[in-house]
Design a protein around this ligand. Structure first.
Ligand SMILES: Nc1nc2c(ncn2[C@@H]2O[C@H](COP(=O)(O)OP(=O)(O)O)[C@@H](O)[C@H]2O)c(=O)[nH]1
Ligand SMILES: [Mg+2]
Length: 291
């Protein structure tokens, strides 16, 4: 009998959770950013490893509660912990153990976890061994510790083999051909958000969101209309840029990501709309899927 189960990817913002999920899937479906707090909602990837089916659940990072949108993001991570069979806790190798200690308090021994020491390409072997040693003080808390570098493709098979060990035997929950249960529109939305994170700085990425208005699929080209929502009038000029340069760059970057996933040409039309105070408007947040 093969194994099958849900694995929550947990860790502080920017630990590399979304990058790891894409890399294990071998397909880009989750947005990644150098800027923290990019991922806002849970998403999943269905990874077949040997005869086993592992469903990874990507989460927004564990962080302090502030704004209402951030509270939602923290709750998303906590729900993923509640619903999973196993946790993969991502700890960038350069981090002190402070974040891990916080995680131990949050999890309170509820779910078993494996530690992934991430971004090991960023330190020397010596520093890596030192870090492994410092985690060994907590050896009774975790099931395994696996050093991983996505940049160098190190640790993937080891990680998948180890995860499978801790999952129960079960029939597959999804068609092994499927890569995710996410709707295509949600993946495209994330690609556009990723392009915003890449092309504008300061608070604009955090105070914007994207609504997919329509997807019209033709045999050789998909026509997608989407609206970028902003908090303030002043952000409109930033997103559009002089002569429309910035929004053109955002549109192009997002279109390429969409085409890469769909394997088809795409025509992406972007609109901009200001919705003052949307990040603190509970009703509106629910309307756009943050509930
Ligand atoms: N050098 C290096 N950078 C990485 C690695 N994994 C992720 N990153 C980078 O870390 C940043 C945050 O990644 P992301 O997946 O968005 O983190 P998340 O917030 O935990 O989902 C991005 O700039 C990634 O390219 C790695 O193995 N090595
Ligand atoms: Mg992420």
């Amino acid at each position: 009998m093969s194994k099958c189960g849900f694995v929550a990817l947990i860790g502080r913002p920017n630990a590399g959770k979304s990058t790891l999920m894409n890399s294990l899937l071998g397909e880009k479906i989750a947005m990644v950013s150098q800027k923290a707090n990019a991922t806002r909602k849970r998403s999943n990837a269905i990874v077949m490893h040997k005869d086993d089916q592992i469903i990874f659940v990507d989460t927004p990072g564990l962080h302090e509660k502030e704004k209402i949108l951030n509270q939602f993001m923290l709750e998303e991570a906590l729900k993923a912990i509640g619903d999973c069979d196993l946790i993969v806790y991502l700890a960038p190798v350069t981090d002190s153990l402070e974040h891990y200690e916080k995680f131990l308090k949050i999890n309170a021994g509820r779910k078993k976890h494996i530690i992934v020491l991430s971004k090991i390409d960023q330190v020397s072997q010596e520093k890596l061994f030192k870090r492994i040693q410092s985690y060994s003080d907590y050896a009774d808390k975790f099931e395994a510790l696996i050093p991983v570098s996505i940049a160098r493709k190190v640790g993937h098979t080891d990680l998948l083999d180890t995860i499978a060990k801790y999952l129960d035997e079960s029939p597959y929950l999804y068609d092994p051909e499927d890569i995710t249960t996410e709707m295509v529109r949600n993946i495209y939305k994330e690609f556009i958000r990723e392009a915003i994170f890449e092309n504008v700085s300061d608070e604009v990425p955090y105070e914007s969101d994207v609504l997919i208005d329509s997807i019209d699929e033709k045999s050789n080209v998909d026509h997608i209309k989407a609206t970028i929502i902003l908090e303030k009038d002043s952000q409109k000029g930033i997103i559009i840029g002089s002569g429309g340069n910035t929004i053109k760059r955002i549109g192009k970057a997002a279109r390429l990501k969409i085409e890469h996933l769909s394997g088809k040409k795409a025509f992406l039309e972007l609109f901009v709309s200001v919705k003052k105070g949307w990040t603190t408007d509970k009703k509106f947040l629910e309307e756009i899927g943050y509930k």
